[in-house]
Every structure is written in C-alpha cells, then in structure tokens.
Design a binder for this molecule. Sequence first.
Ligand code: UDP
Ligand code: MG
Length: 327
Amino acid sequence: MSARERGAGVLDYSVVVPLYNEEEVIAECYRRLSETMGQSGGEYELIFVNDGSRDRTMELARALAREDGHVKVISFSRNFGHQPAITAGMNAAAGAAVAVIDADLQDPPSVILDMIAKWKEGYEVVYGRRVKRRGETLFKRVTAKVFYRALNALTDVHLPPDAGDFRLLDRKVIEALRSLPERNRYVRGLVSWVGFRQAAVDYVREERFAGVTKYPLRKMLRFAADALTSFSHKPLKLSAFVGGLLSFGSFAYLIVVLCLALFTDVTVAGWASLAAITLFFNGIILIMLGIIGEYIGRIYDETKARPLYIVGETAGFGGFGGASAAP
Ligand code: UDP
Ligand code: MG
C-alpha cells in the first residue's frame, strides 16, 4: 500500500536520526540507512537532526543533503537534548511510517525492515527489544535495568523493558504525539501512553560504531527524573506516607517519654538522642521538599511554555525553512 493510498503524507517512510557530535559515524550511518531503506520498496526520507553539535557533524550532514534528495537536515541552535531532537524529527516527518534510530549504529538499521513488516501486519507501534547489549559497560547495563524496573513499579504507563527509542511509528501515533504539548518529553513513555496496537521486534544491540556515548551520568539522571515525574505522582504520595508514618511513630514515642517523666525517676540523658532525632527528621523533611521542588520546577517549565527547541538551520526540505519551530 502506498503512502498516498493511506491518505498520509507524501512518503512511505521517514527515518529520524538524532546527532550530537557524531562526525565519526554519520557517513557510515547514512550508507547503512540508504542501503536498508533502498530495500524497503517504498519512497523514503532520512531526517538528520543535528542537536547543536560542536564538531563537523553539520558540515557533513549538509553535504549529504546536497548530494542525496532523500536527506533532510534540521539543525538546532544549540544542544537541546536527545528527546527534543527526536521530537523535532517526528514533527518534520512526512512518511506514513516513521522510524527513530540512533546514529551510532548500536541499533542495526536492517531491523527497520522487520519493523516495516510488522507495521504492514497492522501494528501502529513497533519497538525494538534488545535481547542482548554488546559493548556497554556493566554500570550502564545495571543502571538501565534498575531504572526500568523502578519506573514500571512507580508509574502507571507500562514501558516494555529493554526497549529504547528505536522504533517505528504509524502516522496516527505521530499525530497523537504531536498533540501532546508537554515540554519535559520522555518520548518512549509518551508512546506507551498514547496506546495503539504495539508489537516488538527482537534485536541484538551492537557496540557503538565509533566515538563515545553522548549520555554521561548527568544526562542519564536528568532523563530518569523526567521519566519519573512525567508519569507518576507516587514520589509525592510516598512523601506523604513516610511523613504520616513518622508522625505516628513520633507521637507514640512522645507518650512514652511523657510517662517516663511523670511516673518514674528515670532521667533521660538528653543531648545525643535529641541531636539524632533532629538531624534525622530534618533530613527527611529536606528530601521531601526536594521531591516537591522537582515537581514545582517542572510545573514552572510547563507554564513558561517555551518551545522545546529552536531550529537554527534546515537543509533539503525544499520550501520548508524558517528560524524556529515549536513542537
Ligand atoms: N544525542 C543527541 N543529543 C544529546 C545526546 C545524544 O542527539 O544530547 C544522540 C546521539 O547522537 C545518538 C543518540 O542520541 O544518535 C543516542 O546517544 P548515545 O548513543 O550517545 O547514547 P547511548 O547509546 O550511549 O545510550
Ligand atoms: Mg548509543
């Protein structure tokens, strides 16, 4: 079925590739994606989203767009992050089905063909499930595992474990995602949240083709906090619960202390226990304030309603252009 018959955009497939300082991989990435999409039997476009790279990534992407009409480039005015980059690509995509894939070839492009087959069976979301992760540190694997287990326990959306942002989405899903105005974007959570028929395709996650990870611990933590706060109020409820429990315990202890003072001669040696109790409770209170602050910060971000990203330059889009784009 062609894109036109489906009544979608003018293309069959779009492939969105976020790029942040990927000068070492972009050429090979382009080669493998072109090869794969050439076998798809449909009209396709490759959308490279340059997320404010400070190396030659943009230069190379521009050259690819000049040489190959399939290539389109969106370039941010600075580094806005992986999730905004994916979002920008999905917003610009014209395909009846849109694939999202990392540039570093950890997710093999050929898997997109399996995803397309599933999509043709009628699934609107086809996600890649990593049955094996090669070349990732033990630390990354363990933190990823703990994170997904914790997230599933704490949130109401079900996230398939071992699935990243490597996936193929039907136009209907893309439109649904576009209608979500939120700024703290945890794309894979949003994809789960919008629903639709979902299917998995298993694959082995390879080592990075070249270069180093662009997700240092700092970004991973932020990513985790975004995921948690976007999809769950449970940390807030947990604060209330812990608060309730501690108040109850304190009250019981207060009665014990009063009884001891009123009815016995036991003199309590005071300072050490007082100091311990005060420090403990202050610690708990500050943690709870921190959790509340995390949510308030996000409310603040949402109310400012700034665009998710600013586009500094585009290439290969023909008439499309302009200095900025809102999500
Ligand atoms: N990326 C991005 N902006 C960022 C960080 C990463 O666009 O701020 C891109 C990066 O170029 C790559 C993808 O997101 O295409 C995944 O990043 P990476 O492979 O470094 O993450 P990892 O696989 O180590 O989790
Ligand atoms: Mg990677």
